[in-house]
Design a protein around this ligand. Structure first.
Ligand SMILES: Cc1ncc(COP(=O)(O)O)c(C=O)c1O
Length: 410
């Protein structure tokens, strides 16, 4: 998770030297991604699997880097299923998300995805489509229980009435329906109640509650399940980058969480614990590099306008934070006009859009910043380019540069 700044800075400078207009580019350090993903996977106890939620960033070089290191991918649309299967014919695949279309469920059945079912109606449609296809389908019920252990983060999807998952009171009806459907194989329960969790202990408490709830359902309904999917939701600390989620501590704590268990003959059986992380896997490998094109004072404040903006890098606007950045001083000034600069003042970094919401960083103190210098925004590998409104104002898209992974992991 330690950023390889040197590598990113060298790549940004190379891209700047090669650019024929002010720089605007995404840099992806595939080596850092591979190291990080391998470390995450290696730290987990043996009974855990790690999937990548590709909605965080589905660029092919990232997926190709991750595929051999993780246990599979999670897709949340027919488009993502098709993208994954086009490039990874055999990789284990999960299909989740609300509002699945029949055509998407058919695609999931065809491609052998495990389906996370969001409602009784979806279960009934899946049953009908599975019957029609003559194939059986593995599924998890996505549940939305009210749990006292649910810490509040900036993004909560459950634990209260929301559009996500099946409310506890409808679970008996789903289980009853499943008993009448031999084509549907219940493999377990899926929980994804929040994102942006930064505290390892709180997340362990939440997972303990998921497991307690699952044990209770297993006992109550006599279920033997293969998986408990505990979702994604591990956050990236953009505000205090030196205090990231303590993954090693979290992984050690997982070993102590009691799983449901049952006996089959002489063997003791337990389900596997499955993670489907997005942000925490890919955020650290990405950088958004951009060049300052104007600097101006307005009353008490100073604004630096950069090439690009939130239509490329919506993460800070989406999360409501001021994104950290580094300044790469550029000494060359081959232009025929003067070079504005700011010294020793806080600067607000904005983009080229015609909206006051186009802010990447607010009132950040800088020693010196000049037009023509470069800014490098880290943690831009997840929910960055892929959540941005690229074509607003029809500015050109940034370059996407992939710094290759080395052969050896670790
Ligand atoms: C069902 C589900 N699983 C996994 C994820 C990935 O979450 P994160 O990127 O916070 O790990 C999401 C994100 O919205 C999701 O909705």
């Amino acid at each position: 998770m330690k950023l390889d700044w040197e590598r990113a800075i060298a790549a940004a400078r190379d891209a700047h030297a090669a650019a024929d207009s002010p720089l605007c580019a995404y840099l992806y350090d595939l080596n850092a991604l591979a190291q990080h993903a391998a470390r995450l996977r290696a730290d987990l106890p043996k009974h855990c699997d790690l999937f990548y939620a590709i909605k965080a960033n589905s660029e092919l070089p990232l997926l190709t880097t991750l595929a051999p290191l993780l246990d599979g991918f999670e897709a949340s649309s027919g488009g993502e299923i098709a993208w994954i299967r086009r490039h990874f014919a055999q990789l284990p695949l999960i299909f989740s998300g609300p509002g699945k279309l029949d055509s998407e469920l058919e695609l999931a059945i065809k491609h052998g995805a495990t389906v996370h079912v969001e409602s009784l109606h979806e279960l009934e449609r899946l049953a009908a489509l599975a019957r029609a296809s003559g194939q059986s389908v593995s599924l998890l019920l996505r549940v939305n229980p009210a749990l006292a252990e649910l810490a509040t983060t900036t993004l909560v999807m459950g634990g209260k009435p929301t559009q996500f998952g099946i409310a506890t009171e409808h679970i008996p009806a789903c289980l009853e329906r499943l008993q009448q459907e031999p084509a549907l194989i219940l493999c377990g329960f899926h929980f994804h109640l929040l994102s942006h969790q930064l505290n390892a202990d709180k997340h362990l408490q939440l997972l303990a509650a998921y497991l307690r709830q699952t044990r209770q359902w297993c006992e109550q309904y006599g279920l033997h399940i293969e998986h408990i999917n505990v979702g994604g939701g591990i956050g990236v600390n953009y505000r205090e980058p030196h205090q990231q989620f303590d993954w090693p501590r979290f992984s050690r704590g997982l070993a102590d969480l009691p799983l449901p268990e049952w006996r089959a003959g002489d063997s003791r059986c337990q389900p596997r614990l499955r993670f489907e992380l997005g942000r925490f896997v890919s955020a650290f490998c990405g950088y958004y590099a951009t060049e300052v094109v104007d600097i101006k004072d307005a009353g008490e404040r100073t604004f630096a306008v950069v090439r690009g903006g939130t239509h490329h890098f919506r993460t800070p606007a989406a999360q409501g934070h001021s994104h950290p950045f580094r300044i790469l001083a550029v000494e060359d000034w081959p232009r025929i006009y003067r070079r504005p600069a700011v010294r020793g003042r806080p600067v607000t970094v904005v983009g080229q859009l015609c909206t006051p919401k186009d802010v990447l960083a607010s009132d950040t103190p800088v020693e010196r910043l000049r037009v023509g210098d470069l800014l490098l925004f880290p943690y831009a590998g997840a929910y960055a380019w892929h959540i941005s409104h690229h074509d607003f104002l029809r500015h050109p898209h940034p370059r996407h540069i992939y710094l290759p992974a080395e052969q050896t992991i670790f």
